[in-house]
Design a binder for this molecule. Structure first.
Ligand code: NDP
Length: 448
């Protein structure tokens, strides 16, 4: 509930201006609830109009992406790059290619990215971009032509010192390669303008694994500090079967847990013997197939239609790793009724406000996305450092830095939660810790 007068006033303004952007409003409301004790303690933020400026992107870029499909037919998609906040570093955030992409979705992601990037302790501002392009069923050549058309426009707005995009849903190694190639061709410049690059052309070891591994390092640290517990012997429910889900499953297993589910937008797999990550990778990454095929290849596993059913499976820890609002109040209640006591978010905003209320009411250890999934952008930040140095670190070195960053995020979140009178609240702590650094930089740099 919003009670602080300043916060209420700014939120009302956002509702008035952006009332047609439901995902963005949802993200702002969640963050604003947490920030009330912070702005009450720091009147200088109101004086400097920090919240009013924070919710207004510095720049919204929206463009036509025209390309030709394999039949020679012209296709037109819509492209976005929303450069939200550059107070603490160059804009940084992923690109998403999915038919559900709208300005509201990119804005919520960009807004979350500001605080997430701040939490990593690295110097990165917040941005997000993408397109309503649907790569499902498209040939390699079509994906390449789309990426080239997309970058032709985007290249005017990005650069290694201004804005450094990365991947997100449906933007993985293949797409980043095509995007990087086109940027290089247009600008005649070899720079670290994108992260998530191939290892042969400036990519960082451990970037592919970073979000999923980071999610497990975060969860393990929160479990250790708050419950004196670990992954050992736990049953884990994971949704999604893409980049984040796959490497979260791999790390959870390495840490002694058994992962029994993965899913895609059609349905989910239940494997009581523990998900075989190599099979998931072969189906989704190599063959670009459907998760249904897992049950045809792994004896003892079952496929169920309907992705939401994954939340009815019994377990101890849930790691949602697919998409926004995938857990509603009802699914959250199902999780709690089935014994889940830990929910840490790999996807961005996977829990609705009703779901979060269920976690809070039932004492669930809740790790919010902007903290729990910050490992991806953290290693992207490390990729930028390596590009600047013109050298590459080993997998072990980068992975150790990632682990240390995730542990610091837990510590900083808990310290902020305590400072603002909500001890143990990882959500409030993440929002407060991420915000204070950005707010102080905004105050120091004057009214921009
Ligand atoms: P991928 O494209 O690799 O995988 C996405 C997965 O989610 C697929 O299994 C996909 O299934 C499923 N999915 C997508 N949309 C829906 C939907 N509407 N309902 C059910 N399932 C769906 O993406 P990532 O793994 O990179 O991203 C997953 C989440 O993690 C996103 O929320 C993203 O923003 C977040 N994230 C990603 C980071 C990264 O480094 N990649 C960093 C931080 C957060 P299908 O094959 O059917 O489409």
């Amino acid at each position: 509930m919003l009670t602080d007068e300043y916060v209420k006033r700014v939120y009302a303004q956002v509702e008035k201006r952006d009332g047609d952007q439901p995902e963005f409003l949802q993200a702002v409301q969640e963050v604003f609830e947490s920030l009330q004790p912070v702005v009450e303690k720091h009147p200088e933020y109101e004086k400097a109009g920090v919240l009013e400026r924070l919710v207004e992107p510095e720049r919204v870029i929206k463009f036509r992406v025209a390309w030709t499909d394999d039949e020679g037919k012209v296709q037109v998609n819509r492209g976005y790059r929303i450069q939200f906040n550059s107070a603490i570093g160059p804009y940084k955030g992923g690109l998403r290619f999915h038919p559900t992409v709208t300005e509201s979705v990119i804005k919520f992601l960009g807004f979350e990215q500001i605080l997430k990037n701040s939490l990593t302790t690295l110097p990165m501002g917040g941005a997000k971009g993408g397109s309503d392009f649907n790569p499902k069923g498209k040939s390699d050549a079509e994906v390449m032509r789309f990426c080239q058309a997309f970058m032709t426009e985007l290249s005017r707005h990005i650069g290694q010192f201004t804005d450094v995009p990365a991947g997100d849903i449906n933007v993985g190694g293949r797409e980043i390669g095509y995007l990087f190639g086109q940027y290089k061709r247009i600008r005649d410049e070899y720079s670290g303008v994108l992260t998530g690059k191939g290892l042969e052309f400036g990519g960082s070891l451990a970037r592919t694994e970073a979000t999923g591994y980071g999610l497990c390092y975060y969860t393990a640290e929160a479990l250790r500090v708050l419950r004196n517990d670990s992954f050992e012997g736990k049953t884990v429910i994971i949704s999604g079967s893409g980049n984040v889900a796959t490497y979260a499953a791999q790390k959870a297993e390495q840490l002694g847990a058994k992962v029994v589910t993965v899913s895609d937008s059609n349905g989910y797999i239940y494997d009581p013997n523990g998900i075989n990550v190599d099979v998931v990778k072969q189906i989704k990454e190599v063959e670009r197939g459907r998760i249904k095929e897992y049950a045809e290849r792994v004896p003892g596993s079952e496929y169920h239609e309907g992705s939401k059913g994954v939340w009815s499976v019994k377990g101890d820890i849930a790691l949602p790793c697919a998409t926004q609002n995938e857990i509603d109040g009802e699914s959250a209640q199902q999780l709690v009724d089935n014994g889940v006591t830990v929910v840490c978010e790999g996807a961005n905003m996977p829990s609705t406000p009703e779901a979060i209320a269920v976690y809070q009411k039932n004492g669930v250890l809740y790790g919010p996305a902007k903290a729990a999934n910050a490992g991806g952008v953290a290693v992207s930040g490390l990729e930028m450092s390596q590009n600047s140095y013109r050298l590459s670190w080993t997998f072990e070195e980068t992975d150790a830095k990632l682990k240390s960053i995730m542990e610091t995020i837990v510590a900083n979140s808990l310290a902020a939660a305590k400072e603002y009178g909500h001890e143990g609240d990882l959500m409030l702590g993440a929002n407060a810790a991420g915000f204070v650094k950005v707010a102080n930089a905004m105050v120091a740099q004057g009214v921009l």
